[in-house]
Ligand binder design. Structure first.
Ligand SMILES: CC(C)(COP(=O)(O)OP(=O)(O)OC[C@H]1O[C@@H](n2cnc3c(N)ncnc32)[C@H](O)[C@@H]1OP(=O)(O)O)[C@@H](O)C(=O)NCCC(=O)NCCS
Length: 331
């Protein structure tokens, strides 16, 4: 069975910076509240009319260039997003077209903040089985067009930003490199703790003015419940993937957690008892970019020289679903 190595990374964030002070002009909030509770100072928002596939394309081109791989060499594309450009089709085929590649397989993954972790696990599985050799895994989100920017929606609106990240995963015969293990979990009993209800198959006509008047087209969250579960599940997923790989936390060079909240990341660091430099954090600049947050942080870490050939890297996510999981990778 071939191994599945990440051979290129890339990311893209929109140019428009939205600071906490900018948000105070839209809703009753403050820079101090947002920084203290979340660690976020600013996030990026697209200009209206920008598509998610456009962000994904920029991140994908960077990952392909980094890998030295021509888009024509791809034989599968996995696109993780909670914000597709259309209800259907998914963004996979849109990115296939934008890349100008042949009629390769293109699939969407709907696992929210853990979408990229599921995507890497899926790429590994397709490569190990021989179904694919070169796979592009993308996480890309446009949250800014779907947030309740009034005071009613402030708990959630201040958290989220737009962006995209991508990796190229390729079959390799090198025994000492690639995805070593992945774990994936879900718990639908908590689906309504962090969710968006409209437009949905459960609503006749897919839309109701009465529901929209209540703001049910926007995401909603029970922040405290999400927080408590996130801390527990991040820790468990890390322990489980390390055990599966037969390694310990001390063997790991870099942990790349989903950027949900700086306080959550700090709790993960405390639980792991590792130096903060071994745990990625960029939420201060981008907020929570859901499926894009792990590949953006990974791409930045690679460029900063924080990941070298032979290093062990752990990607770990938790989010709406609830869904959570982790990948253990030998770089
Ligand atoms: C959202 C979160 C930052 C809120 O922090 P918290 O300490 O739990 O705060 P609370 O929800 O208890 O709200 C405290 C107060 O701040 C207010 N508040 C909420 N959002 C606010 C904002 N953006 N600005 C100012 N005040 C705000 C609340 O209305 C509440 O006011 P009250 O005490 O008068 O009722 C926190 O729960 C969290 O980070 N949860 C996890 C979120 C997450 O990671 N989601 C993504 C997972 S992938």
């Amino acid at each position: 069975m071939p191994n599945a190595a990440i051979i290129g990374t890339g990311h893209y964030v929109p140019e428009r910076v939205v600071t906490n002070d900018d948000l105070t002009r839209l809703m009753d909030t403050s820079d101090a509240w947002i920084r203290e509770r979340t660690g976020i100072a600013e996030r990026r928002w697209v200009e209206p009319g920008t598509s998610g596939a456009t962000l994904a394309l920029a991140a994908s081109r960077m990952a392909l260039a980094d890998a030295g791989v021509d888009a024509a060499e791809l034989d599968l594309l996995i696109y993780a997003t909670v914000n597709p450009d259309y209800a259907f089709p998914g963004n996979g085929p849109l990115l296939q077209q934008a890349l100008g590649v042949g009629t390769i397989g293109a699939m969407d993954i709907r696992n929210q903040c853990t979408g990229f972790v599921y995507g890497v696990a899926a790429a590994h599985g397709f490569i190990a089985s021989g179904a694919a050799r070169t796979v592009l895994v993308v996480g890309a989100e446009i949250h800014s067009t779907g947030l309740d920017l009034s005071t009613r929606g402030r708990d959630l609106a201040v958290l989220f930003g737009d962006g995209a990240g991508a990796v190229v995963v390729r079959a390799t015969d090198e025994a000492d490199r690639g995805v070593l293990a992945s774990v994936m979990h879900s718990q639908g009993e908590f689906a309504r703790e962090l969710w968006c209800e409209l437009a949905t198959a459960l609503v006749p006509g897919r839309w109701s003015d009465a529901m929209a008047a209540e703001g049910r087209q926007y995401p909603h969250m029970n922040g405290r419940t999400v927080f408590q579960h996130a801390i527990r599940r991040f820790g468990e997923a890390i322990d489980e993937v390390l055990a599966r790989g037969g390694v310990t936390k001390d063997d790991v060079a870099l942990f790349v957690p989903h950027q949900a909240n700086q306080r959550i990341t700090e709790m993960v660091i405390r639980r792991l008892e590792v130096a903060p430099e071994r745990v990625c954090s960029n939420i201060e600049r981008y907020g929570n970019t859901t499926a894009a947050s792990i590949p953006i942080a990974l791409s930045e870490a690679v460029r900063a020289g924080r990941v070298r050939r032979g290093d062990l890297v752990v990607l770990v996510g938790f989010g709406s679903g609830f869904a959570w999981g982790a990948n253990l990778i030998r770089w």
